[in-house]
Structures are given as C-alpha cells and as structure tokens.
Design a protein around this ligand. Structure first.
Ligand code: BGC
Length: 771
C-alpha cells in the first residue's frame, strides 16, 4: 500500500510539475512538505484526540468520515484535504476491546487473554510474543491501529490496584516481557503503546499524586523496564502517565519525555497522554507529549491561544506534528488495510487456554496431591468458583465472549461436582447481586464490572456432608481489583475471617476422611499466604487467567499441563514487611480531590529507594512466604555444566538443565549477579537475565544461554550522574528461584565501566532513604 501511495504521489507530481496545496496528500516521503502546507489549526487538531464524544458532544466525530466506530478508547484527527486518515487506539493489555459498528447489531468480541502478571510468571518471552501477535492481529482485523498496551509499571506495593496489568517488581523482567509483547503486537504492522510512563505506582489520587523518587531509584527501577522495551522493541507509541513525578506531571516533563526517552534512549515514536482533560497544553507539547488523549475542543483552543500569546512556538508544534505524521504513515488506516472484523477467535481461545496454564504458579503440592488422581467427584467451594475472574477491572477489562468458570472447567473434563453446592452458590451470588443493586442501585464496580462478592459462610454440617460425598475439595479464593482504587489490607490482601474459617473447616472435614483440599487463588495481585498455607494440601496460584480460565486451571489440576510459572513478585509474610508500605496509601483514597499536602495522597515519598521486592528481602535476609522466582513443577530438574565466559563487553553464561523427573515439563532459570564490594551499595543480588527451556521430556536436557553486558551490571551513581559498574569479581548465580541457587560462576571486570547520563529528574523534596 505504501508503494501504491508513493506511485500515486509521484504521478501527481509529474503531471502538475509542482505540488500545490490541492493535490498534496500525505505520503511516506513527503512529511516535511505536508507540515509546511498545514494550517496552524490543522496542526493543532492533529495533536489533540478527536474524542469530544467522551466529554459530551459528537460534532467533530460526525463531521469526520465514518471510518470506525466509537466503541474504542481514542482516535486521532482526520484531515481529508491532506489525505490524513483518523487512526484508532484501543485498550489493552489482556486483549483488544469489544468493537461494535454503527451499522450492525453484532457484537465483535475480543479474546480475553491472561492478565499481565500471569504472562510474566511464564518467564517465556516466546510465549508472550505469540500472545502479542494474537492481540495485534485482533486489533488489525477490527480496524484499529494501536493497542494501548502493555502495562509495565513496577509492582512497588502489592496493594496497587492495577498490578494485575503489570508484570513484576523487577525491571529487567518487566522490560524483556514488555519487549516481547510489543514485538508480537507490532509484527502485524499495528502499534503498541507501553504505559504508563512513568511511576504510576498507585491508583489513589493517580491523576494528581506527586511521586517523589530518587534519581537512582528512577533510573534503576522505574525507568529501566521502559528503557529495555524501547531499545529492544521500538514501540510506535508510549503513554505518559497521569501522575506528577518529582514536581511536574509526567506529561509536561521535558526531561522525562525528551532528554531521557528520546535523547538518551533513542525513542522515535509518539508520546500520547493518558486520558485527561485540559492541562497546560503548551508545557505538554514543549515536553514532547505529541498527542493529547482523549481530546476536547478546549485543548485545541488553548493551544491556538498559547501560540498567539507566544507561550508556545510553532517550531515546538511542528516537531510533534512531524512525529504524528511519521506514526500515521505506518498505520493500517493509512495503508488502507481492509480489515475483516473476523479474527480467528477459536485459535486465540486455544492460545489463551494454553498460555494461562504456563503462567500459573504451583505454590504448594504436598505428597503429590496434584495432579489429581482417582477423583471423580469434586466439592467445589468458594464464590469465585462460580463467578470466576478472567481479568481485572477498568480499561484493562476485555469484553470477552464468555468466561469458563471452575465448575464448567471441571465438567468439561468430565468431573462431577456436588450439585447441591452449585445450587447454593448460584443462589447466594444472585442474592448478593440483587442486594447490591438494592443498596447501591447497581452491582457494578468502578468501570461497570462486578466487584468481589463477600465469601459465603457454610455450616460445618454442610462441609462434613460434602466431605463424605466428594473425593476432593477445591476452594477457589478470588480477588478483584483494578483501575482507580488501590487494594486494602483487610479482607483483600489478607483473607477474610469467613475465608479463614472455611479453609480450616474444609481441611478438618476432608483430612479426617483422608481426602485432599486444594486451594486455587483466582487473584489479580499478591495475597497473604503465610498464616494459612500449612492447611491445604496444594495451592495453585491461577491468577486471572482469561476467558478460558476454568479450562486452564483444570488442565493444570489434571496434569494435562505441567505448571511452569514462577513468581515475578515476592509473596511477603505481611504486607507491612515491604518497605514501600511505609509510604503507600494503605487506607485507600479519602477526602476531596485537588487539595495538597496529604502524604501518600497528594505526594508520595519513595523512601525505600531501590529496595523494592526481593532487592530488599534478599539483602536483609527477611523471611518471606514465597520468594521471587519460586514455583513448583510436577517434575524435577537438575542443573549442571554452568559456564561464565567474558565477551569483552560483558559475559555469556550457560547452564544445562535436565528433566530428571517423570513428567514432561519446562523450567525457567534466573541469572542473578552479586556485585563486588567497593562500588555503590547494591542489593545482595539482582536479576540480570533469564531463560526457559522448551518442553523437556523425562531425561531430556537443554543448554540455556544468557548474555549480560557491562552496562547491564551498572548502577546509577547520582554523585557523578553516571551508570557505573565497579571493577572486580561479580558472582553469577543460576537460580531456580532467588532462594534456590543451583550453579555459580564468576566474572572479572578488570576496568570500571561508566556511562554518563544527564542530570535530570531531581526529587523536589528530601527523601529519607532506607535506614
Ligand atoms: C487508563 C489507560 C487507558 C486509558 C484509555 C486511562 O484511564 O489509565 O491505561 O489506556 O484510560 O482507556
């Protein structure tokens, strides 16, 4: 198509002998000319989304050619005179959005894939790339140009409501998984939009909170993942976050969006704002925030006014307009792609089912309780077994065609479930929904989805009866969370009293008859496990595994799929063990918006600096419930032949992994590095690379290879504003988890490595770095 545009353009040029404003239309090679020929109004319109409908008026949308429907999140402006099409932006990240067409009654569903946290726990970049491909394909075939994904903020606290969309507490893992996702999406010639840049670490007062972070923590933790993703996958777009960062909003921050993102990392796409109304448009455009979403007329007027009053230069506008045009010429709408509205949803459902099983984490499996054997009848407990959470809430909620719940998953695999429980739970769920509607006028959450329903107490008699009837108990514990709110400690991070009592009653009754109790965690974020994990026989962290969830869980319970997920975040003993809990809004949002001065609401001091997750727990030897990188398998793996070789600019490491057990399975290996003393104070070790085997048959082995550069080893030294790797001996550790190191090597760095960076993004308040 681009070739066709080039030919048409060349013909026009040769016929007329010059390019006049009438015949000039956008081509890949005439962007400068187009910018020269645009009026200021046209330029400014291109920088503002054409979404007045979101703010109450349809005028602009109706005037524009009806190229797509309004049931996606955003559009860029159409300029017919110059052949500039509108382009469409759709959420993400666990799949595309639902699309409806004005001329059709049909609903166009998208596949509900597993949430980001589950995908990351697969430690399988190949798998994540395949999911990205499928999501990109749905975007393309539904006539959309960019998917607003992946979400890649760091899990600073387990309480952040949107962690389910994000990958990990570790930036290297985050960056590599995000890069894989982006490569997959963009292999369809549609764009990805990693978000939210940067430090969108809490949902409480997310549009105003000022996140105060040290330059070191910023560089090493919060920006690192984005840096890796930008350098390794070249996203077409990036979304700047809502919050402020060390003072200004990220959307108005030149140092963030230009000095670091573009000058240091080489990002060459567009930055779009997260969805917000009028802010300081001149500051946004000057900072390099090329596009304002969702867009309202006030922003257009304001930009025009800012130019007239010399608060914004046309040169600044032109830079952003050029970038917008460079983006537009890559899009399917510019290419005139004829979308089918008919992606292969069946194949994608299968992919969702298989991938979910690969990212689930088997936390406990005493005496081989799983895979299930000699089980015909299941007592299926827990509201969430019947009201299963495929994904989280907010813009990350995919409107999927169906959700397979646990009961359906078990029935599909020809298990029987005790019918009386099904009836009881379904009646209770109906009652609770009706009650919610009665109490609040709706049973819905922030973005229209259902909220958690409080667990149903069950009498001991009933439980004893169930224990006689069934061969095994499965208790699904569910948690729902998402955009706009952070989680609470009580009844969310911690189990409720009802859940705790039920669990011990199930275990008493079933264990008395020598029958097992399996807990399935259908959650979007970390929950407390230390106080109760000794009770059940097995615990499967199923996450929110997408629309095929019930089938995926049962595939794992049955051993049709051997779980190979490992934690990409620490499961602490209590939430307060995380240093970030000292400065996180533990009680959620209270009070009026817009006031200033409330700690953790109007500003949040990242007092813990780089001591996020395992970097803290492992360094101070603080016990955890389940460590970073942990996850069981139905088989066993032995490691040997570990080798570390210097390459001149870092090292290459390798280790052989053998399936020494009895069932086919995959193993992921984590490469941690401990730095020599003498340089900056560093965590005891840090993840620098990881790899996963293919499906290994019993007895089969595979050599895994890891490449680490001297730059990858570096920490950020604020005193010289440089990345520095101290010279000396680095200990290279091959881990099955951070607490289970299976091989060790050394790497000698003979000369200190340094790389200068810009002295930018300084905190505006003093930070008490960790005691
Ligand atoms: C969210 C973004 C999302 C956008 C468009 C915002 O509220 O923070 O993640 O992409 O809405 O739906």
């Amino acid at each position: 198509m681009q070739v066709r545009n080039l030919i048409v353009g060349a013909l026009l040029f040769s016929c007329t002998g010059h390019v006049n404003a009438q015949s000039l239309t956008l081509r890949v090679d005439n962007i400068d000319q187009i910018v020269d020929s645009m009026t200021l109004e046209e330029k400014v319109n291109l920088l503002v989304g054409r979404n007045d409908y979101l703010f109450g008026g349809y005028e602009k949308l109706d005037k524009a050619p009806r190229v797509m429907d309004s049931s996606i999140s955003g559009f860029t402006q159409v300029i017919p005179r110059l052949g500039i099409p509108a382009t469409g932006l759709a959420d993400g990240p666990a799949g595309a959005v639902v699309v409806t067409r004005p001329d059709s009654k049909k609903n166009y569903y998208a596949t509900g894939f597993p949430i980001g946290s589950l995908l990351a726990c697969s430690w399988n970049t190949g798998l994540v790339e395949t999911i990205g491909q499928a999501i990109g394909n749905e975007i393309l075939e539904y006539g959309v140009d960019v998917v607003l994904a992946p979400g890649m903020n760091i899990h600073r606290s387990p309480l952040c409501g949107r962690n389910y969309e994000y990958f990990s507490e570790d930036p290297v893992l985050t960056g590599k998984i995000a890069a894989a996702y982006i490569r997959g999406v963009q292999s369809n010639s549609v764009g990805a939009c990693p978000k939210h840049f940067a430090v969108n670490s809490q949902e409480t007062n997310r549009t105003e909170v000022n996140e105060i972070v040290s330059q070191r923590a910023l560089r090493e933790i919060y920006l690192k993942g984005f840096e890796i993703a930008v350098k390794e996958s070249h996203p077409w777009t990036i979304m700047s976050s809502y919050n402020r960062l060390n003072g200004p909003y990220t959307q108005e921050n030149y140092e963030l969006l230009t000095t670091v993102l573009r000058d240091e990392w080489g990002f060459d796409g567009i930055v779009m704002s997260d969805w917000i109304r009028l802010r300081n448009t001149a500051a946004q455009i000057h900072a390099g925030n090329d596009h304002l979403q969702p867009g309202e007329q006030k922003q257009v007027d304001d930009l025009l006014d800012k130019v007239k009053t010399n608060q914004l230069s046309v040169a600044d506008i032109d830079i952003c307009v050029k970038r917008m045009l460079n983006y537009i010429v890559k899009t399917p709408h510019f290419r005139g792609y004829k979308y089918s509205d008919n992606p292969n949803l069946k194949a994608h459902a299968l992919l969702a089912r298989q991938s979910a099983a690969e990212g689930m984490v088997l936390l406990k499996n005493d005496n081989g309780a799983l895979p299930l054997r000699n089980v015909k009848k299941v007592a299926l407990f827990g509201c969430t077994s019947y009201n299963f959470w495929a994904g989280g809430t907010g813009s990350g909620n995919v409107v999927k065609p169906y959700v397979v719940n646990m009961q359906q998953g078990l029935n599909n695999a020809e298990f029987e479930t005790t019918g009386n429980l099904e009836e009881l739970y379904n009646k209770y769920l109906d009652y609770q929904r009706a009650k919610n509607r009665c109490d609040h006028g709706k049973s819905q959450g922030y973005y229209g989805e259902e909220k958690d329903i409080l667990e149903m107490p069950i009498s001991k008699d009933c439980i004893v009866y169930q224990a006689k009837e069934a061969d095994v108990a499965i208790f699904t514990i569910g948690r729902q969370a998402g955009e706009g709110n952070d989680r609470t400690i009580e009844n969310d991070f911690n189990l409720s009293e009802v859940e705790q009592n039920l669990l011990s009653d199930f275990c008493n009754a079933f264990h008395a008859l020598d029958k097992k109790v399996i807990v399935v965690l259908n959650v979007g974020g970390v929950v407390e496990t230390a106080s109760w994990k000794s009770l059940p026989d097995a615990i499967l962290l199923a996450w929110q595994p997408g629309q095929e969830g019930g089938n995926s869980v049962v595939d794992v319970l049955l051993g049709k799929e051997n779980p190979s997920g490992k934690l990409t975040m620490t499961f602490p003993i209590t939430v307060m063990d995380h240093p970030s809990s000292r400065s996180f809004p533990l009680n959620g949002y209270k009070g009026q918006r817009g006031s200033a001065g409330r700690e953790n609401i109007d500003y949040t001091l990242h007092k813990e600096g780089i001591n996020i997750g395992y970097r803290y727990f492992n360094t101070v030897n603080r016990p955890v419930s389940y460590p970073f990188g942990y996850g069981l398998s139905y088989t066993e793996f032995s490691y040997d032949n570990s080798v570390v070789k210097a390459t001149g600019e870092g090292f290459k490491a390798s280790i052989r992994v053998k399936n020494s057990g009895k069932m086919a399975g995959r193993e992921s290996v984590q490469l941690y590095v401990s730095a020599p003393a003498g340089g900056l104070e560093k965590p005891a070790c840090e993840l620098k690379a990881f790899a996963k085997t293919k499906l290994l048959q019993p007895g089969e082995s595979e050599m895994l290879i890891f490449n680490v550069s001297d730059y990858d080893l570096a920490s950020f030294d604020e005193s010289i504003q440089s990345w520095v790797s101290a010279k000396g001996k680095y200990i290279v550790k091959f881990g099955a988890s951070i607490e289970d190191i299976r091989g060790i090597g050394t790497y000698w760095l003979s000369k200190e490595f340094t790389k200068k960076a810009n002295n930018v993004l300084k905190p505006t308040m003093s930070l008490n770095e960790p005691e």
